[in-house]
Ligand binder design. Structure first.
Ligand code: MLT
Ligand code: MN
Ligand code: ZN
Length: 307
């Protein structure tokens, strides 16, 4: 009899590449959303922001639980139950308290044990909303995580949360909103496993010097690709808010993510959390060509990265 050891790797599976609302968004008739509704068009529908991570392929962590999680878990065989009442998901990690990142917890309420990791501030958002009591606290363990301290997220993967500039969730905004808050309400994640490092930062209002230092030389970074231009929602007639007002830096421009990443020497740069208004969804657009020539990839649902 031979035994074989399964080689460990750092694996990330994009469950949802779109920002809140998804592509198409239910009430949007913009060019991208209309194209995504066409049966065999160039723009494929994309679900809302989520990434699955594993080192051994058997146990997985879900980074952000979107309202589309039921569909996302049905789309990937590695995430299917292996027996009556089972899940390969051992944990969930939340990077902020936005609806697109927490509402999926309600779908995961079926008497199934797993751990939810987040900062105390993000866990406070959950505890302030009694609907989340639907998750049986005897089975679902909510574990608060300190910034800048590594912990085991899932077997073989160490995670470290760090503050990135951002804001409180939309539904908690007061009269004035600080969109450059740096604390526990918006975090990025450093993932380490199998000797590799990967970053997941689906919401970020600016790349600070500290963040730039942290990302320098990384094997792979999944980064906030909400809007291409800061005023994109106004230009497409879909809204009045700028990217900056929503806590998201644009891809383009002097202060955009494309420019900020130039000196960072990151091996693979992948945009995630892409809003339905973003022209990069269209493979024939000039903006798509621009980000590709700057060395960026655009995530798609089902994209898998193995390091
Ligand atoms: C965002 O990323 O800006 C939020 O998901 C917006 C929202 O909650 O609708
Ligand atoms: Mn979002
Ligand atoms: Zn749209």
């Amino acid at each position: 009899m031979t035994t074989s050891l399964r080689a460990l790797s750092l694996r990330a599976l994009v469950l949802g590449a779109a920002a809140g609302g998804g592509l198409p968004q239910w009430n949007c008739g913009c060019d991208n959303c209309n194209a995504a509704r066409a049966p065999a068009g160039d723009i494929k529908p994309q679900t809302q922001s989520s990434l699955a991570v594993s080192a051994n392929g058997d146990q997985w962590a879900i980074l952000n639980t979107s309202p589309d999680i039921r569909q996302q878990l049905s789309a990937h065989q590695v995430l299917y139950p292996k027996k009556v009442r089972h899940t390969p998901i051992s944990s969930v990690l939340l990077t902020n308290g936005d609806i697109d990142h927490i509402a999926g917890l309600l779908i995961l309420r079926e008497k199934q044990p797993f751990t939810v990791f987040a900062t105390e501030t993000i866990l406070d958002v959950i505890s302030a909303n009694p609907i989340f009591n639907a998750l049986d606290r005897i089975l679902v363990t909510f574990t608060s995580v300190q910034l800048d301290q590594s912990f085991e997220l899932v077997s073989g993967v160490q995670a470290t949360l760090f503050a990135v500039p951002g804001k409180v969730p939309l539904f908690m905004e007061g009269e004035t909103v600080d969109t450059q808050l740096e604390g526990e309400q918006t975090v990025g994640v450093r993932l380490a496993g199998a000797g590799k490092t990967m970053f997941y930062i689906p919401g970020c209002a600016a790349i600070t010097t500290r963040l730039a230092d942290m990302l320098t030389g990384a094997d792979c970074v999944f980064f906030d690709g909400t809007v291409y231009e800061n005023d994109e929602m106004q230009a497409t007639g879909t809204g009045t808010k700028t990217g900056a007002r929503m806590g998201h830096m644009a891809m383009n421009g002097e202060h955009g993510s494309m420019a900020a990443f130039v000196p960072l020497n990151v091996e693979r740069k992948i945009y995630v959390h892409i809003n339905n208004t973003n022209p990069v969804w269209n493979p024939a657009s000039a903006e798509h060509a621009t980000i590709r020539s700057a060395g960026w990839e655009i995530a798609q649902d089902g994209l898998e990265v193995t390091l």
